[in-house]
Design a protein. Structure first.
Length: 452
């Protein structure tokens, strides 16, 4: 049910004609993901009613992208494939998260963390099993050099006449997407059958349908902050604004940092070889995936807010140490590897924990979910754009950007906690006042009864 972000990201893998547009393609993915979220905001009932059919269509589109990219040599067609890739990315994220939220509600943290572990695992598989295919056909290993990176793997570039054996990875990934689409199609038919049975049961129970005296119940608007805040408009609006800003910073680091991590390592500031940079990337994705499993287990026994506060504090400490190392002490390949691995662990756990934490503090409807994923996409676009400019000038500021994003998350986390506890205190005070008023009125009522 989790998104196909690893599978569809293979459409970044292009031959040397398109290798200069890798960073642009990452922005295109995030922009198109944002557009799909806007569609869900407008047509808010679609995700709620047709989650499985939409997932089926999304993976069918992903399959088309996978089987088409190896044969595309025209930029316009490649742009169209990037567009489809971003659409499928956004739709799969939204539908999968909505289904998990519906199934697990407040216990959403553990299953969502396990599902998101597949993202990091896919990144590892790319480096271990796909990289051997990215060699120049008929050329020796020394003729190839690593020239850039996208969100999941290194783009290997040689001369203008180089041809890359990327058809096999694409066909394997496309076949997996097709199998997933068939699985979601089966689930869609089963869900439709269950809905039909429930409808027939309700129609047979006429008393249930008329229990409200023939009056229609007022359905809360999915767009209203009052819905997000469990009936409190001000609370819902405040948390919605805070969490959208928060998720923009999270999305910037989660989507943008891996896209430029290899470029950062290979900058002129650091003496890192290609093999060392590839190893750093493998370790980054390993810890990115592995960190989500213990977090999923901890969420069963420890409050999500406590775990998230530990992750944010750890991420901020990693950023500060990294800044000291690259600006004061002097970075080595070993220190870069250790700090990059630590950053992978932090970023791996940050997004699923953040979504679980938000679902506990406010009511996350399918519209609110689209708002949050739109914020994530915007953060990815902004981080990617700023990172490209920063690395061209001084690669060390790339870590400054990462640390600034984590610092923003820490500030907004404490702001959200303050709003939450203020709301809880107000609610508790109002409840206590109501109870107190009821107790004080009771003796008067008893006296009146006795006088009569």
């Amino acid at each position: 049910m989790e998104s196909n972000s690893d599978g569809i990201s293979f459409s970044h893998l292009v031959s040397d004609e398109f290798s200069s547009s890798v960073n642009w393609s990452d922005n295109a993915d995030n922009s198109n993901k944002y557009e799909s979220n806007l569609f869900v905001i407008i047509q808010h009932g679609a995700i709620k009613k047709y989650a499985y059919p939409i997932l089926t269509v999304a993976f069918v589109l992903a399959t088309i992208v996978m089987f088409s990219v190896p044969f595309v040599k025209v930029m316009i067609l490649m742009t169209a494939l990037f567009f489809l890739q971003g659409i499928t990315y956004g739709l799969t994220d939204l539908c999968a998260t909505h289904i998990l939220l519906t199934m697990w509600n407040l216990y959403f943290a553990a299953p969502f963390s396990v599902a998101r572990a597949g993202v990091g695992t896919g990144g590892v598989f790319v480096y271990l099993f796909i990289y051997p295919f990215l060699t120049k056909q008929g050329a020796s290993h020394n003729d190839t050099n690593v020239s850039g990176i996208n969100s999941t793997l290194t783009v290997v570039s040689a001369t203008k006449s180089a041809q890359f054996n990327i058809s096999i990875p694409y066909f394997i990934t496309g076949s997996l997407c097709a199998l997933i689409a068939l699985g979601h199609l089966f689930l869609a038919f089963r869900e439709a059958k269950n809905k039909k049975e429930r409808l027939e049961f309700k129609q047979s129970d006429y008393g249930t349908l008329t229990s409200n005296g023939g009056q229609d119940e007022e359905v809360p608007s999915p767009y209203s902050p009052r819905t997000f805040g469990y009936g409190d408009y001000r609370y819902g609006l405040t948390l919605c604004i805070i969490f959208i800003c928060y998720i923009i910073a999270v999305g910037g680091n989660e989507l943008g940092f891996p896209a430029f991590y290899f470029t950062f390592l290979k900058s002129d500031r650091f003496n890192v070889s290609n093999s060392e940079a590839n190893l750093d990337n493998i370790l980054f994705w390993l810890t990115n995936a592995a960190s989500r499993i213990p977090v999923a287990i901890l969420c069963v026994y420890v409050a999500t807010s406590i775990i998230l506060s530990v992750i944010l504090t750890s991420g901020l400490c990693v950023g500060i140490i990294w800044l000291i190392v690259i600006w004061v002490v002097g970075a080595t390949s070993t220190s870069l590897c250790i700090l990059g691995t630590a950053a992978g662990a932090v970023l791996g756990a940050l997004f699923p924990l953040s979504m679980a934490y938000i679902s506990e503090r406010m009511q996350v409807t399918h519209v609110a979910l689209a708002y949050l994923y739109s914020g994530e996409a915007i953060g990815g676009v902004l981080f990617s754009k700023i990172s490209g400019d920063v690395i061209d000038r001084d690669a060390r500021h790339f870590i400054t950007l990462y640390t600034a994003g984590i610092a923003v998350n820490v500030i907004l986390y404490f702001a959200a906690e303050s709003v939450y506890f203020a709301h809880q205190r107000k609610t508790s005070f109002d409840t206590q006042t109501s109870v107190t008023n009821g107790v004080t009125l009771a003796p008067e009522n008893v006296t009146e009864q006795e006088d009569k």
